[in-house]
Ligand binder design. Sequence first.
Ligand SMILES: [Zn+2]
Length: 319
Amino acid sequence: MTALLPWQASAWQRVCVQIADGKMPHGILLAGPPDSGKANFAAGLAAYLLCQGHSKPCGECRQCNFVTAGTHPDLLEVTLEDSKQIRIEQIRALIHWATQTAQQGGYKVCTINPADKLNNQSANALLKVLEEPPPNTLICLVSDQPMRLLPTLRSRCQRIELGTPSQQEAVLWLQGQLDSSADIELLLSIAGGMPLRVLDAIDEDYLKLRLELSSHLVPLAKGDRSPIDVAAVMAKEEVGRVLGLLYQLVSDSIALTLSGGKVIKNRDLSDTIQQYSHLRSVSHRYKLLDHISEALGQLNGTSNPNGQMLLEGVFVKVG
Ligand SMILES: [Zn+2]
């Protein structure tokens, strides 16, 4: 587990004070954008509550060792298994676990991530647990789309917002994580200001894919390349990643136009993005963003769409 992230310190302190005062809530909703470190915070909270050492989490006691090994019997992590939803069977297992006495004699902690993937049946079953919470048990819901949770579920939880760090905090932290040759400001900018995303997602493959995709943008917009051909090539990559990258590039071109040429995240691609922004109106590009979002929604939904066809549909709209 990554240590507590510096920009989460105040949220962390608040919850620690609550626990020390014996006012720990039964349900917590950790909300914030993707890659804001929610899972990290949840893992830290679980380690803190389960540790029986002095400065928590001590990393040395028997409980901490169990947590590190992923074998603590009083820590349950519910996540997506072989389905795109968190199924009722998983929540039934959670309920069974919650009604048992803590095996190690302390707290019991359950994290549900991503909680917005609870289906209706699972969410209603979980609600019953939160309405009559077992003692010394924390249920921690983690979500970057908290509005998708049942309102009754949300209202049973104390919400903790984990946002985006300041540019300065992020750069400072990344300097400690990356080697000195990295262009930290560019990487952070490509990652939308999210330093964890820089570490998790912005690797060499990502940067290569970004270059390749950007090379298709102007030819597609000019009609010099067939969307079908480009889709066939790009479908060999992870389709969600391609769509996410295209979204970034198109948004960047809109920001560039609206700022009169000043604001750009992918500054190393400014020539391409500038050229593309002259080919299509802002409203055309906004519509394209809607198409990309829709395609991403389908990809993440339950219908298992064909990736190449999704890309074709979107690339047609670039032109
Ligand atoms: Zn410990």
